[in-house]
Design a protein around this ligand. Structure first.
Ligand SMILES: Nc1ncnc2c1ncn2[C@@H]1O[C@H](COP(=O)(O)OP(=O)(O)OP(=O)(O)O)[C@@H](O)[C@H]1O
Length: 268
């Protein structure tokens, strides 16, 4: 088997941070099977993505991983302990930044600390919020209101809000899909940089094969409902990834492998 087409079992990778075993989720008294026996491992410091057709259970999977919804069957472990509810060591980001318009950028970023530990604790972390804003190229925008930020800038502020609690893992539900393609490419590379600098593990939901390939160490391809992991594809491209890599033959081969799995998965 060629290196490009190599498919891996994620069970044999070292330093797991997330371990999902036989995760299933039913709705409507079992009439809707959203997820069916999903097992996967996300090792520390790796970037994984999940790709699959609309309604195959990706958001349900992410909510279960975040502790926002219990699985009907199976277990979710993070750092060796079961995920039974929302936790400080999990950061989440969604398609829309949902910044509060009456709070400044810094106040929005500090909100998770304020909610958990109060205003005084949030004020004490102001310097860290400013450093995070610098990290994503928004230095000087601490006191700007969301109405003064572009869509891409608001998503960068949302990245800071996710990072302020110093989570060991980032769960990302199509965070840049509402942005134009140029901004989205830029934001994806920013995300890679932030993850590499902080050695964070990340799990991304995407509908884009090229986004999955350029960002990921492993792409989990899901079948249509009920959602199962059809195959986990390891992407052996060097880091940092660049947009130029999208013209490499290896990139094209990975994209074709995933496209074929998706086409096959749609009929499983
Ligand atoms: N709270 C719920 N009650 C009933 N059914 C639900 C609930 N949440 C999700 N489902 C169903 O579970 C299935 C998976 O939904 P989910 O939102 O996880 O899919 P998805 O892959 O994220 O879709 P998309 O790509 O369109 O966002 C769908 O058929 C959906 O209708």
């Amino acid at each position: 088997m060629s290196a490009v087409a190599k498919l891996v079992s994620v069970g044999d990778t070292p330093r797991p941070v997330y371990e999902l075993t036989g995760v299933s989720r039913f709705f409507n008294d079992g009439k809707v099977v959203a997820l069916d026996g999903v097992s996967l491992t996300l090792p520390k410091g790796e970037f994984h993505s999940v790709i699959g057709s609309s309604g195959c259970g990706k958001t349900t999977l992410l909510k279960i991983m975040a502790g926002l919804m219990p699985p009907s069957r199976g277990s979710v472990m993070l750092g060796g302990t079961p995920v039974l509810g929302p936790r400080d060591d999990i950061g989440m980001m969604f398609q829309h930044a949902t910044l509060f318009p009456w709070r400044t950028t810094a106040e929005n970023i500090l909100l998770p600390i304020e909610v958990r530990h109060g205003r005084k604790a949030a004020r004490a972390e102001r310097g860290r919020a400013e450093r995070l804003l610098q990290l994503v190229g928004l230095g000087g925008f601490e006191d700007a209101f969301p109405s003064e930020l572009s869509g891409g800038m608001a998503q960068r502020a949302a990245i800071c809000r996710m990072l302020i609690s110093d989570p060991q893992v980032l769960l990302l539900d199509e965070p840049f899909s509402a942005l134009d393609e140029i901004t989205r490419d830029f934001m994806n590379l920013e995300l890679q940089r932030v993850c590499m600098e902080r050695e964070a593990s990340a799990f991304l939901i995407t509908h884009s094969i090229s986004e999955a390939v350029i960002l990921s160490d492993v792409v989990h391809v899901m079948s249509s409902r009920p959602g199962r992991v059809v195959q986990s594809v390891r992407i052996d491209l060097p880091r940092p990834r660049t947009l130029e890599m999208t013209s490499l033959p290896e990139f094209g081969a990975y994209a074709t492998t995933i496209r074929n799995l998706l086409d096959k998965g749609a009929f499983l």
